[in-house]
Design a binder for this molecule. Structure first.
Ligand SMILES: CC(C)(COP(=O)(O)OP(=O)(O)OC[C@H]1O[C@@H](n2cnc3c(N)ncnc32)[C@H](O)[C@@H]1OP(=O)(O)O)[C@@H](O)C(=O)NCCC(=O)NCCS
Length: 148
């Protein structure tokens, strides 16, 4: 299982995956292109043996000066879930983020998303608060990982 930065050849697959898992983002192919071209975004894909994308994680620079990046989203294709792939993906992603000089990763997660919270907790993320805003009518928690 390889973890590498997504490129132009991944646009269609990313648009499909993001649209399915995060419909509230209103993703389009153009928006995926914009992210791939934008140095403040980093999309890391996990590729299986046949080169197919088994999942991805998207990061965004929030505060370059203070080394803060945000995990905007992570997903593993349904057929590959429950096998530890998201742990491998996020562990590899955190390593890359650290190598790029970042000190902290923040993320937002729906209160009800127990699987994602288990994943984050397992990697050392801690909950730092609950936001006032809702996504898909769900309450949102903020979590962070200090990586220095
Ligand atoms: C969240 C998600 C990425 C997890 O991917 P995954 O590869 O199936 O997860 P893993 O197999 O690596 O398991 C991660 C942890 O969750 C647990 N877990 C996995 N599936 C679970 C389930 N259905 N119910 C409860 N816990 C579950 C695992 O046991 C593991 O915890 P542990 O280390 O304490 O045992 C995947 O479910 C997904 O893509 N969900 C939809 C998108 C999403 O919600 N993303 C997160 C918000 S941005």
């Amino acid at each position: 299982m390889r973890i590498e930065e997504a490129n132009a050849g991944d646009v269609k697959e990313l648009k499909e995956l993001i649209g399915r898992e995060f419909p509230y983002t209103g993703i389009t192919e153009q928006k995926v292109w914009d992210k791939i071209d934008n140095p403040f975004f980093m999309i890391l894909k996990m590729a299986g043996g046949k080169g197919e994308m088994t999942g991805f994680a998207e990061f965004q620079v929030m505060d370059a000066e203070n080394g803060i990046a945000r995990l905007n989203g992570i997903t593993v294709r349904p057929a590959f879930r429950g096998k530890g792939y998201s742990k491998k993906l996020l562990t590899g992603a955190v390593k890359k983020i650290r190598e790029n000089g970042y000190k902290k990763i923040i993320l937002l997660v729906k209160v009800k998303n127990r699987t994602a919270k288990k994943l984050y907790k397992g990697l050392g993320f801690v909950k730092v608060g609950t936001l006032g805003k809702l996504i898909d009518k769900d309450k949102i928690e903020e979590w962070e990982l200090i990586i220095i």
